[in-house]
Ligand binder design. Structure first.
Ligand code: TXA
Ligand code: MG
Length: 349
């Protein structure tokens, strides 16, 4: 069975497509839809069977909880036991937008959706197609990224089709996702909020609203054996193309020299790629250069990163060297995804 794909113009949304998609959600089916971060694989967030279908379509372990997406702030309170002051402050500043907050869950959220945890992740996306679908469905939509578990998240409808064609009922194609990295996740259940996954709402932005914010160790470093991240999904191998990914970081000139040296040392039978910045793209030899964007525009690098990782597969690249970035502001989120793709293989220069 081929999954039906419907294109929508985000500036002129065809309501027939939204109604059709909402009917699927209401009857327990699955629809992939665009958000401003990445495409989501949506199902009725209050229907345990829909959650089971999501896990099965993605090949995702069922202890990895799903985010509930709402399209009106009034939908939050039935899902949670309390709304802490810090959550109100963040919602006022960043919702609708690429921020997910973790709350203590209410009883209406099924254990299947929350992966057995007593907390629930909630996000109010700003993308108009996502909002229209949630509103028309009349239920919070549970949606992980619409990729096969372990693969880079989809930022185009074609990525979803590649991974999930035939496994889900419908794909709404709303074009490329604006931010291209999954939402920032912050746990607001404790006294001091804790960043669990960095994203386009940066740590600096969160601290400017809340003051003190802790950072879960899993955000920047590989956990030791036996340690568990607070966001269960952060423990799984992620974002991986088939190629081996190696990050090289440090002084930007030395980095280019090191990457060229590593290319020259690579077995000639292997196809080599470099995920490069615009500024350095002419400087690599004997490899395929994948340009992510300018170092001066980290937003562009973020928006293109997953597409580049997917390109490695399409171009049959065996080993890819990625230019490392400084881990402040958006660089923290970009490096978090790259490090996972690289299995923390980082060469410092
Ligand atoms: O931008 C996004 O957040 C996208 C779009 C579709 O909204 N969704 C997304 O979902 O990235 P997913 O399932 O791929 O990643 C959700 C992450 C996982 O790492 C999961 O473990 C974590 O959120 N998570 C979900 N519920 C949680 C909870 N109650 N406590 C801690 N972490 C949670
Ligand atoms: Mg995901």
């Amino acid at each position: 069975m081929k999954t039906h794909i419907f294109k929508v113009d985000i500036n002129n949304i065809d309501n027939n497509v939204i109604v059709k998609a909402a009917e699927i959600i209401k009857s327990g089916g699955l629809v992939a839809f665009p958000t401003e971060t990445v495409y989501g694989l949506g199902g009725d967030g209050l229907n345990p069977n829909a959650a089971k279908k999501i896990y099965s379509a993605k090949g995702r372990p069922s202890d990895n909880p799903l985010i509930l997406h709402i399209s009106d702030i009034g939908q939050l309170s039935p899902l949670v036991r309390e709304i802490p002051e810090n959550a109100l402050k963040l919602a006022k500043e960043f919702w609708p937008g690429p921020l997910t907050m973790i709350f203590k869950k209410s009883d209406i959220v099924p254990n299947e959706t929350s992966g057995g945890l007593d907390t629930v992740a909630v996000r109010f996306p700003v993308n108009k197609v996502a909002q229209a679908l949630i509103t028309a469905s009349g239920t919070p939509i549970a949606a992980p990224s619409a990729n096969t578990s372990g693969r880079p998240s989809p930022t185009r409808a074609s990525h979803v089709e590649y991974d999930l064609n035939g496994k889900i009922d419908m794909i709404i194609d709303g074009g490329a996702c604006k931010f291209g990295l999954e939402s920032t996740i912050i746990d607001v259940t404790g006294n001091i909020p804790c960043l669990l996954r960095p994203g386009s709402i940066t740590l600096e932005m969160l601290r400017s609203v809340l003051g003190e914010v802790n950072v879960d160790k899993a955000v920047v470093s590989k956990l030791d054996k036996g340690e568990l991240p607070k966001a269960p999904g952060m423990k799984y191998k992620h974002y991986s193309p088939s190629a081996d990914v190696v990050i090289v970081r440090g002084d930007r000139n030395k980095m280019v020299d090191k990457i060229n040296e590593l290319i020259s040392q690579t077995d000639k039978g292997l196809k080599v790629g470099v995920i490069a910045t615009e500024e350095n793209k002419e400087r690599y030899i004997n490899c395929e250069v994948l340009v992510a964007g300018s170092i001066k525009e980290p937003e562009t690098i973020a928006a293109n990163l997953f597409k580049m990782l997917r390109k490695c597969d399409h171009h049959h690249i065996d080993r890819v060297f990625a230019e490392g970035l400084c881990e402040d502001e958006l660089g923290l989120a970009i490096m978090n995804r790259l490090k996972k793709a690289a299995g923390y293989c980082i060469i410092e220069v």
